[in-house]
Design a protein around this ligand. Structure first.
Ligand SMILES: Nc1nc2c(ncn2[C@@H]2O[C@H](COP(=O)(O)OP(=O)(O)OP(=O)(O)O)[C@@H](O)[C@H]2O)c(=O)[nH]1
Ligand SMILES: [Mg+2]
Length: 282
């Protein structure tokens, strides 16, 4: 049997010997069939595109708070994550993720109560306008179900600090304030925090309205899947007091491992509450 090698010409068309080319049959402008029944296709010019990919972490729980409140310490206290921790603001520059083990009290079902936590960089007043590390990482809260506010209870004015963070969330995306949340009053090992704990807890737990009073939050909003990007730039008309109160306010020292069990109990309760809502299709 006679056999010849076929090359590829510059146009990308397989180089069919002249005697065969005459018999080549055009099936369409780009496709032809040669005498030996091979289908030849004209190459097309390639395309070039520039893509900007935006990372958005997917976590069940988002940890928020002012710089130095102890968010990363909290993550390292309850998960195997080992984020950088230091006594200066903006130690965390990118979100850290950690996996919270399931509730051992559930026995064989404990794995169904596992959750992923995201420790976000510290927020400061004006973050939604780009101050501090800006608003970029606030998008990571989009897919969270529960928000945990970490407040330094030994700071000069913890209630003011707490309101600043709530306000920043509201200005970025008011839907974030509709989600169940737990406030952790951290650093209670310090005398300054310990002495004012009850009044602080009382004051923070009374900021907000009874759940169910708000008509604008849909179930989809709670799960964070249907929030429009427009919502992220609208501040909304409501004030902090018009959004739901915290699910719980717990005192802890995440550094000294004080109050961890109670804190976990409340975070898990808030997560369970979300799972009661039907998830939208992905
Ligand atoms: N006394 C005391 N110090 C704590 C506690 N939790 C955290 N700290 C300290 O507070 C400082 C800040 O802790 P981080 O966990 O880095 O705080 P952060 O909120 O992640 O800070 P940013 O990443 O800057 O937003 C560190 O020096 C911690 O050791 C606590 O329960 N008690
Ligand atoms: Mg940190």
């Amino acid at each position: 049997m006679k056999c010849s090698l076929l090359g590829v010409d510059k146009a990308g068309l397989i180089d069919v010997p002249e005697y065969k080319r005459r018999k080549a049959m055009a099936l369409s402008p780009n496709i032809m069939r040669d005498a030996s029944d091979k289908v030849l296709t004209h190459g097309q010019p390639g395309e070039e595109v520039s893509l900007e990919l935006i990372l958005r972490v997917v976590a069940d729980v988002g940890l928020v708070g002012l710089p130095n409140a102890g968010k990363s310490t909290l993550l390292s206290a309850i998960t195997l994550a080992r984020p950088d921790i230091a006594d200066y603001p903006f130690t965390t520059l990118m979100p850290n993720l950690g996996r919270l083990g399931g509730d051992p009290a559930l026995g064989a079902l404990q794995f169904s109560s596992e959750a992923t936590l995201a420790d976000l960089p510290g927020l400061i007043e004006g973050a939604h306008l780009g101050k501090g590390l800006g608003r970029n990482f606030l998008r990571h809260l989009r897919r969270t179900r529960v928000i945990v506010h970490v407040v330094d209870a030994a700071a000069d004015d913890p209630v003011h600090d707490y309101k600043i963070v709530r306000e920043e969330l509201r200005m970025y995306n008011p839907q974030y304030l509709e989600r169940p949340y737990v406030v952790v009053l951290n650093k209670i090992d310090l005398p300054k925090a310990h002495d004012r704990l009850s009044s602080l807890a009382l004051e923070i737990s009374s900021i907000g309205c009874e759940e169910g009073h708000d008509k604008s939050a849909s179930k989809d909003d709670l799960n964070g899947h249907q929030v429009s990007s427009e919502a992220e730039v609208e501040g909304g008309e409501k004030e902090l007091g018009d959004y739901p109160r915290p699910q719980a306010v717990v005192a802890a020292s995440v550094l000294r491992h004080i109050g961890i069990d109670e804190m976990l109990k409340e975070i898990r309760a808030a997560l369970r509450k979300c799972f009661d809502h039907k998830l939208p299709e992905p």
